[in-house]
Design a protein around this ligand. Structure first.
Ligand SMILES: CCCCCCCCCCCCCCCCCC(=O)SCCNC(=O)CCNC(=O)[C@H](O)C(C)(C)COP(=O)(O)OP(=O)(O)OC[C@H]1O[C@@H](n2cnc3c(N)ncnc32)[C@H](O)[C@@H]1OP(=O)(O)O
Ligand SMILES: Cc1cc2nc3c(=O)[nH]c(=O)nc-3n(C[C@H](O)[C@H](O)[C@H](O)COP(=O)(O)OP(=O)(O)OC[C@H]3O[C@@H](n4cnc5c(N)ncnc54)[C@H](O)[C@@H]3O)c2cc1C
Length: 624
């Protein structure tokens, strides 16, 4: 089963080796992490990252090994953004020349990069970002500027105290015209003493949910005051600005601007299956040890795992962990396939890749966050202790429902893709890939389920048909209702809760299908396939529930604020910048951030000891 889970014998071997390397190194200890102050935790993260890099170089680790090393260190930090977003953004949006220049430094850690897209005022609505990059032909430079409070960059990981560089997303303005959002490489801090460069105000945005957890990451705020960068620091694979200031489009689709997000969403599905499996592992093992109540007077007490209620709550999570793992492996393949096609200028599969990564990221991270929380309850009182590992696991994985695209916003993207597909089917076009089932519309709209008994659910063809019929009927129903609305836009907005459900049904079909396809592969080991068949059945069965309360929600909405005002909580008691009575959210958030102890100094404690030597050493090595 280990091989089935990991994907190959090789994967099991490398993972074991890297996990042992981390577990046996005292620098990577994490048992007291939740007791550290924010400053101590941050410094500990700097230390671990520098040590990890030292081991990577000393042991000549491959990329695969180095990634796993970082994974098992299990502490979010600036290196995640550097490798998972900064490097891929330059790879995807930089020209060959730009890649050569910047990636050479990034691969050797001579620079540390982050991905600065989100602002205080806009995260989901990327087109609404306000930071400007105005071309000045007299000096051949862009002037990077934050014109408003809400244009402050807000959230980028590693930005707060660590990153020396960033890919910054800003509105490109040249010859007086706004050409929308583009990516720019900016140096943020001095490579000599780490102080922010002139015109750049930068800091940490403050403590986050839970102790330990994501607080190891210095998510940052940044304001730019007319900071000048050379023209060739605009990422120019998608579009260029000439020396004279002319805007020129490449022949690649503009959606490739969002390519880094497609890449990261795909990796997040793998993260979700890992997090869920950790929670399930804790709850199942503990359930086998924990005993409550005797069966008969004087008889042995019952292992809580034997209670039917415990099983009905826990085993769907166990099945989901496997289901997410297999769909994650497939998604990685899909991403590689799309990337190869893009390299040969075949952009046809990009919309499907976007829909699959967005949908799967959304469904798997939401289910994982809910499941970790439930696992805490499944472990009773002890589950609430930090030492159970569950509070930190929950706190670290909860934001995956928000970062890299809010899960509802992403499902609406899937729904949009589905509505387009339904209309293409109506005009006679045969859908392909994960929407191929929609071509079978005549049958799926009318067929009756052949499922009568629980055993029938172990028949893969029956399972698949039920999920196909459910997904198609929900999508067609939405399309029909939208067509009755005064406009497509109004219909989409009005129907959005139903569209989200239709998107979830489509994504769950993909997960079920990929699980079934996995079962058709050669799976070694006595009884392994049979166990997986049972888990596949459990995963599919537990999803067939539905409740629609949309009409009631609409009736409550007009009074929703008054209904929470009726709780009569003071701002002090509520203790939330977001829940303030007066609604002055942005000013409150901004003010709170500067209170964080990390912001007491501009250059962080730990820089001289860990960060500077790391950067200097890499610089020296490159000059040898
Ligand atoms: C083994 C390794 C182990 C390693 C170690 C382990 C460590 C791992 C750690 C991982 C850490 C990860 C940390 C991540 C940190 C979070 C970083 C962020 O949040 S960063 C910030 C993340 N921020 C967010 O995620 C923001 C979320 N918001 C958005 O993505 C967008 O603004 C939007 C999609 C919602 C709207 O877009 P907008 O343009 O306004 O509106 P429209 O709707 O009109 O779309 C227009 C057209 O574009 C199309 N299209 C859209 N997207 C894509 C795409 N990706 N692609 C392709 N196409 C796309 C769309 O279909 C449509 O096409 P058509 O119909 O015209 O043909
Ligand atoms: C831990 C963490 C790390 C992050 N790291 C980075 C980073 O490294 N770099 C970076 O650039 N960003 C980063 N982000 C920012 C992140 O990408 C955004 O928070 C995310 O994209 C959501 O945007 P938002 O915060 O603006 O949410 P909003 O869009 O303001 O969402 C608020 C609510 O409105 C709803 N909503 C919004 N639009 C719609 C719509 N059209 N229809 C229906 N409902 C809607 C949402 O569902 C949500 O319930 C990080 C965030 C977190 C929490």
């Amino acid at each position: 089963m280990k091989v089935a889970w990991a994907g190959s014998r090789h994967a099991v071997e490398v993972a074991d080796r890297m996990a042992c390397l981390v577990a046996s190194d005292p620098v990577f200890r994490k048992d007291t992490r939740t007791m550290l102050s924010r400053k101590e935790l941050f410094k500990d993260t700097l230390k671990k990252a520098a040590h990890a890099w030292k081991r990577t170089v000393e042991l000549h680790l491959t990329e695969e090994e180095a990634n796993l090393l970082r994974l098992y260190i299990d502490q979010p930090g600036y290196v995640d953004l550097h490798w998972v977003m900064f490097v891929p953004a330059i790879k995807g949006q930089g020209t060959e020349e730009q890649q050569k220049k910047w990636l050479t430094m990034a691969y050797k850690f001579q620079i540390i990069g982050t991905y600065a897209q989100t602002e205080l005022g806009h995260g989901s609505n990327v087109q609404g970002l306000e930071t400007t990059a105005t071309f000045d032909p007299s000096t051949d430079e862009f002037i990077m500027h934050s014109p408003t409070l809400t244009s402050s960059k807000w959230w980028p990981g590693g930005l707060g105290k660590t990153s020396t560089h960033a890919v910054v997303y800003a509105r490109l303005i040249t010859e007086g015209k706004d050409y929308g959002i583009h990516g720019f490489i900016m140096q943020l801090r001095s490579l000599d003493d780490h102080s922010p460069l002139p015109g750049i105000t930068i800091g940490d945005i403050g403590g986050k949910f839970g102790s330990g957890a994501y607080n190891s990451m210095d998510n940052g705020v940044m304001r730019l005051d007319h900071v000048r960068i050379p023209r060739d620091q605009m990422l120019m694979r998608l579009a260029q600005v000439t020396r004279e200031g002319k805007y020129v489009h490449s022949d690649v689709p503009k959606q490739l601007l969002y390519g880094t997000m497609v890449y990261v969403r795909q990796t997040i599905v793998a993260d979700a299956s890992r997090a869920l499996s950790r929670a399930v592992c804790i709850a199942v093992r503990y359930g086998a040890i924990r005993k409550q109540f005797g069966s008969k007077a004087g008889g042995p007490e019952t292992q809580v795992l034997n209670y039917k209620t415990q099983q009905s709550r826990l085993f769907p999570f166990l099945a989901s962990a496997y289901a997410f793992r297999f769909v994650g492996q497939w998604l990685k393949w899909l991403y590689t396939d799309v990337t190869q096609k893009l390299e040969s200028k075949d952009f046809s599969t990009l919309p499907e890749a976007h829909a699959c990564t967005a949908g799967l990221k959304s469904v798997t991270t939401s289910a994982t966050a809910d499941a970790i929380e439930e696992c805490q309850k499944l472990c009773g009182g002890h589950g609430y202790l930090n030492s159970s590992g569950l509070p930190e696991l929950f706190a670290v994985n909860l934001p995956a429902c928000t970062y890299e695209g809010d899960n509802v916003v992403l499902l609406l993207q899937v729904a949009r893709f589905l509505m387009k597909t339904v209309s293409q089917v109506a005009s006679g076009k045969q859908p392909v890939g994960t929407t191929a089932y929609m071509g079978n519309i005549q049958h799926l709209m009318q067929c009756k389920s052949v499922v009568n008994t629980v055993e029938d659910w172990l028949n893969p063809a029956a399972i698949k048909e039920v999920f196909e019929a459910r997904a198609l009927r929900m999508a067609v129903n939405c399309a029909q209702n939208i067509s009755k609305a005064p406009s497509q836009e109004e219909g989409f907005s009005e129907l959005s809760p139903d569209l989200v459900e239709a998107a979830v049904a489509h994504v769950q079909l993909i997960i079920v299908t990929k699980f079934i396809e996995k079962l058709q592969e050669d799976i070694l080991g006595h009884g392994v396939k049979e166990q997986l068949q049972k888990l596949c059945g459990i995963y599919a069965l537990h999803l067939i529930h539905n409740e629609r309360l949309g009409k009631l929600y609409a009736q409550v909405r007009p009074n929703a604020v008054a209904l929470v005002d009726a709780f009569d909580y003071t701002d002090h008691y509520l203790g939330s910048a977001l829940g303030r009575y007066d609604g002055d959210v942005y000013s409150a958030l901004y003010k709170e951030a500067w209170k964080d102890p990390l912001n007491e100094t501009v250059v962080p404690d730990g820089y001289q000891e860990h960060l500077r030597p790391l950067l200097k050493q890499q610089l020296k090595l490159s000059r040898l």
